[in-house]
Design a protein around this ligand. Structure first.
Ligand code: PGA
Length: 249
């Protein structure tokens, strides 16, 4: 069971070597020990060096994607075993920027997640409805489909975290109200309970325009175990404040 709060920073396609090491170093220096779970997900190219820079800290390191095979003729791809080899403990899968931007479907996300679990990584599985789906009242239908379709075989509360990320909230400065997030998380917990033996214990994160100013209210909600942070994770001070706002020390 991961210690709460769980605060993960998805750097996306940001971070040249110098900048990445400075950011990771600033966080590592604050986090020799942690009461919660704080992790960073830098681009592949800097993983090895960042792993070295943070090795004396309690920070988690993760990758932003992986392939569904261990190795082979897959130009440009990175396997879960390569992420492990680089020092990662987790991987983000099913992010909407890959589902929508790069055409990844549920079945493909599920296969990647199964490979990640086989390699020993923690899977951070992202799901979320688009603005049109939300406005058409189809949120639960979409989330249920994504969850059932991309949930890996062999998933349990020890190797899976689910991140609810409404597409319309990512990078927009808009978020659902904290009470609405709590309601969705409660519903998702029920769904996970039906799909997995220990599904009710799977950690649930909220993601989409989280910053220090709203993180406390969101993480104070019952059923919210933490947050997945994009833009605001690129500033060490802001990212640390988010972690503290969730009760982390
Ligand atoms: P954001 O991104 O915090 O910049 O909105 C969140 C995410 O995509 O995980």
């Amino acid at each position: 069971m991961l210690a709460r709060p769980i605060v993960f920073g998805n750097w996306k396609m940001h971070g040249l070597r110098e900048q990445a090491l400075a950011l990771a170093g600033a966080l590592a220096d604050r986090a020799p020990r942690l009461t919660g779970t704080l992790g960073i997900f830098p681009p592949f190219t800097v993983l090895h060096e960042v792993a070295r820079r943070i090795q004396a800290s309690a920070l988690w390191l993760g990758g932003q994607d992986c392939h569904d095979r261990r190795e082979g003729p897959f130009t440009g791809c990175i396997s879960a075993w390569m992420l492990k080899d680089a020092g990662c403990r987790a991987v983000i899968l099913g992010h909407s920027e890959r589902r929508r931007g790069l055409g990844e479907d549920d079945a493909w996300v599920r296969r990647k997640a199964e490979a990640a679990i086989a390699s020993g990584l923690l899977v951070v599985l992202c799901i979320g409805e688009s603005e049109e789906e939300w406005q058409a009242g189809r949120r639960q239908e979409v989330l249920a489909r994504q969850l059932a379709g991309s949930l890996p075989e062999g998933a349990n509360a020890a190797n899976l975290v689910v991140a609810y990320e409404p597409v319309w909230a990512i990078g927009t400065g808009r978020t659902p109200r904290p009470e609405e997030i709590a309601e969705i998380h409660l519903w998702l917990r029920g769904q996970l309970g039906r799909l997995l033996a220990d599904g009710e214990r799977v950690a649930l994160l909220y993601g989409g325009s989280v910053k220090a100013a709203n993180a406390g209210a969101i993480m104070a909600m019952e059923g919210v175990d933490g947050v997945l942070v994009g833009g605001a994770s690129l500033d060490a001070e802001e990212f640390w404040r988010i972690y503290r706002a969730g009760g982390g020390a």
